[in-house]
Design a protein around this ligand. Structure first.
Ligand code: SF4
Length: 499
């Protein structure tokens, strides 16, 4: 019997097949950029937590990757006799192993006891954290750790960074001792079940479903989907399924949208179903032209790229605040002339004021400003206005001019190739097949832009690489606004002819 780590036990809680694949075919897993980013956020929060829980720097950090598990377990046992904070202490018992983020010494009835804290980069306690904490407590106690309490510390998204590296208040702690200790029997049964799966000779025969993305996006999803028959009209393309629809699909094992009764579908879902089955696009050209007719040229097309940090880097910002570091603007004149401009700040400093000033300069006086899913751009502009008092009035004036193209696209157009999505990356190939995000080098999606930013601002990134990243970011963001121009022209019909 091998000892299974806490993360393996949690994988098994999500899906037995996932655990089996992690143990036997880890090469099949694909780590998405978003998943990698979440790991990186976790590490950053962990680093800050060590400083917060050990301001005097008296603690010991155990490095199992460097020293090996056996050495880490032995060092942990030894340190339990001390009075120092311990980070990443490792324990093994009952066929499972775990590493504790933080162990703090305490005294109870004259004896040495320990307070355990698990640190998470999320902004709330999630259900799967309760399993995590229960497993952690069970393994530590089974290994003989005198645990007085166990708590979960997560990021407080309402906290505001005041600068000078002072992160006191970033984490909020929830003591979960009683519920964790009460679940020992549950954890034991989870370990038994996971051990059973680990011994299986062949891959468990399990189908994909809602569990593949919750609580974590499973890296084996492409592998598992490739094993399943592909429906001609996949039911997953029906957008925004209600619980009623989800339950019907699960209960009747529906894979093809043909087998979903129309009475369970919203207007939008029904449109997706009808157009998909017919293999034809829906286009209310008159309605789209009427929608756009309310807004005269010249017009501006705007898109932002933003950066987020679990641990804020800039004074006055909050954890996970979306801070724009780049925009692209296309400007369309009544005679059809199209000009482009943009802004990117890769200095690593707070880009808020420079981008706000550049935005005000690029957005003219009174033209309509089109954005796609404009709530995002509007929210970022409101936030900038709230932080930059001096620029608040012109920023709020820009905010008032923004027109959302997404509701027009949703209400007036659908092509089966969109596969139930109105993201601009899905709509663009249908109406402007000559433009493609796939042709972009490097950055070709939002998370990719965020990852590129993080690489660009690292001190070790060479000027050449930084310049390359900047070029890729500019091309990506510019394609977003050019895509909007093409949408506008397509939807504008006769009015747009010649532009
Ligand atoms: S993709 Fe879904 S079915 Fe496949 S291993 Fe992951 S969670 Fe299990």
């Amino acid at each position: 019997m091998r000892n299974l780590s806490k993360s393996k036990l949690l994988s098994h809680r999500q899906c037995p097949k996932r655990l089996w694949l992690e143990l036997n075919r880890p090469d099949l897993a694909e780590i998405s950029a978003a998943t990698q980013l979440a790991f990186d956020f976790g590490h950053e929060v962990g680093d800050v937590a060590r400083k917060l829980y050990d301001p005097a720097g008296e603690g010991v950090l155990i490095d199992a990757q460097r020293d090996g598990f056996a050495a880490a377990f032995a060092q942990s046992r030894k340190l339990l006799a001390s009075s120092q904070p311990i980070f990443e202490a490792g324990f093994v018992a009952e066929g499972a192993l775990a590493f504790a983020d933080v162990l703090l010494p305490a005294t109870q009835d004259g004896k040495r006891v320990w307070r355990m804290i698990e640190v998470k980069s999320s902004t709330a306690v999630k259900d799967y954290h309760r399993d995590d904490i229960a497993i952690q407590a069970f393994i530590a106690r089974s290994a003989g750790v005198p645990l007085a309490s166990i708590a979960l510390a997560h990021v407080d998204s309402s906290w505001q960074y005041q600068g000078d590296g002072d992160y006191r208040g970033l984490l909020v702690e929830h003591v979960m001792t009683r519920e964790a200790f009460a679940r020992s029997d549950d954890v034991q049964s989870w370990i038994e079940a996971a051990q059973h799966t680990a011994l299986e000779q062949s891959e468990p025969d399990l189908r994909t479903g809602a569990h593949c993305t919750s609580p974590f996006i499973c890296g084996f999803i492409d592998h598992c989907r490739a094993q399943e028959p592909t429906a001609e009209h996949p039911v997953q393309w029906l957008p925004h399924p209600t619980n009623v629809l989800k339950n019907y699909v699960a209960r009747h094992a529906v894979t093809d949208m043909r087998d979903v009764p129309d009475r369970l579908l919203s207007r939008q879902q029904l449109r997706v179903k009808e157009q998909t089955l017919a293999g034809k696009a829906f286009f209310d050209a008159e309605g789209a032209a009427k929608d756009l007719g309310k807004h005269a040229l010249p017009a501006i097309f705007l898109d932002f790229e933003t950066i987020q940090f679990a641990v804020p880097r800039w004074q006055g910002t909050r954890p996970y605040a979306q801070i724009p570091f780049q925009f692209s603007v296309h400007r369309l004149e009544p005679d059809g002339t199209l000009t482009a401009t943009g802004f990117v700040d890769l200095s690593g400093d707070d880009p808020s004021e420079p981008i706000a000033r550049a935005l005000i300069a690029a957005c003219g006086e009174c033209e309509p400003i089109f954005a796609y899913s404009a709530g995002f751009e509007k929210a970022r502009i409101s936030e900038l206005a709230a932080r930059l008092e001096e620029l608040s009035a012109p920023l709020l004036a820009i905010h008032e001019r923004i027109v959302d193209l997404l509701p027009i696209a949703k209400g007036r157009y659908y092509h089966p190739s969109q596969q139930g999505s109105w993201s601009i990356k899905k709509v663009l190939p249908a109406i402007a097949p000559d433009l493609s995000y796939g042709d972009l080098a490097g950055v070709n999606h939002g998370t990719g832009a965020l990852v590129a930013y993080l690489e660009a601002v690292k001190p070790e990134t060479t000027p050449q690489r930084k310049a390359e990243i900047e070029e890729q970011l500019r091309a990506y963001c510019a394609l977003d606004t050019l895509a909007m121009v093409r949408l506008w022209r397509f939807f504008g019909g006769a009015r747009a002819t010649g532009t």
